[in-house]
Each structure stands twice: as C-alpha cells, then as structure tokens.
Design a protein around this ligand. Structure first.
Ligand code: HEC
Length: 144
C-alpha cells in the first residue's frame, strides 16, 4: 500500500505543477469525436462543391487545415500525416486536380465496404472550406 500512496502523491504533485505552469495534457492522436472547423477567415466557396482545391498554397488554409486534420483525421491517418499503418499514408496523395476530386469525395462519403465502416463520412461535419483546408495542409506534407 505504501507504494500506491507514494504514486498517488507523485501524480498529485505533477498535476499541481502542470496546473501552475499552465500545461494541459493533450491526447496523442487528437479528439475522437468529429470537430466542426471555424473557416470564417477563408474565402467563402458557396453551395456547389468545387472539383479542384481553390486554396492551394493559401497560408491561412494551411493553418486551419493543420488543426482540422489533427482534430478529425490524425487518430487514424497519424500525427503530421505519418501513418502508423491503420489507414493509408496521406502524404502519398499527389497534389493535382484529379486527386483533389478523389479527395473531397472520399472525405465527404467516407469508406464503407461490406457494411464495415473503414472511415466515417464527414459531409455532415465538415463544410467544403474545411475539407479543402485539410487538403492544403496535406499538400505541405506531400512526399514522392
Ligand atoms: C476511423 C478512422 C479514420 C478517420 C477518422 C479518417 N479516415 Fe480516412 N481512411 C481510413 C481508412 C481505414 C481508409 C482506407 C479505407 C479503405 O481501405 O477503403 C481511409 C482512406 C482515406 C483516403 C483515401 C486514401 C487513398 O490512398 O486512397 C483519404 C483521402 C482519406 N482517408 C482522408 C481522410 C481525411 C482527410 C480524414 C479527416 C477529415 C480522414 N480520412 C479520417 C480511416 C479513417
């Protein structure tokens, strides 16, 4: 019992130190529930879904896309888009128009095969502005 008491005391001290220093422990792989994304600083794209990323190279889109990716995709596709093997490595997607269309369709509809959900659909959670922002972020992570 002594050891347990000591451990509890240590974690209480560590907790208090984190509280004092303002450090908040974060989850390693982002949040589990899909997160809405604030896209109010990006150009509005309207009702019709674009077929090509209108934000390619837009620094603000990359900034928003980074956090949107971490909150919605990283738990399966890996932190900084480095796949841990449970889902495809998104750094391999070519940054071209053809892949843009494939990308937005996949993200909106998810992937269901033989009734099993491999990837949930995001169309109810993420507006196209948020999806294109994520795509802009992933372009910056692209590797041949
Ligand atoms: C619950 C886990 C999970 C989450 C969350 C998830 N995905 Fe996926 N995703 C997968 C899996 C698994 C596949 C491969 C599905 C298959 O084999 O058909 C995939 C496939 C993809 C593909 C096709 C990749 C290719 O090489 O063909 C894209 C693009 C993609 N996901 C983007 C995203 C984005 C962007 C997000 C966040 C908005 C996201 N995914 C969230 C699990 C996930």
């Amino acid at each position: 019992m002594r050891a347990v008491t000591t451990t509890l005391k240590v974690s209480a001290v560590v907790g208090a130190m984190m509280a004092l220093s303002g450090v908040i422990p974060v989850q390693a792989h982002g949040d589990v529930t899909p997160q809405a994304v604030d896209v109010s600083t990006l150009p509005v794209l309207g009702e019709e879904t674009k077929k090509e990323n209108p934000y390619r190279g837009n620094a603000e889109a990359v900034r928003i896309g980074t956090s949107a990716y971490n909150q919605n995709c990283a738990r399966c596709h890996g932190l900084e888009a480095v796949s841990g093997g449970i889902a495809p490595d998104l750094r391999m997607l070519p940054p071209d128009a053809e892949t843009d269309e494939y990308f937005i369709n996949t993200v909106r509809h998810g992937r269901v095969r033989n009734g099993a959900v491999y990837m949930p659909p995001f169309e109810a959670v993420l507006q196209q502005e948020a999806i294109w922002a994520i795509r802009s972020y992933l372009d910056t992570r692209h590797e041949e």
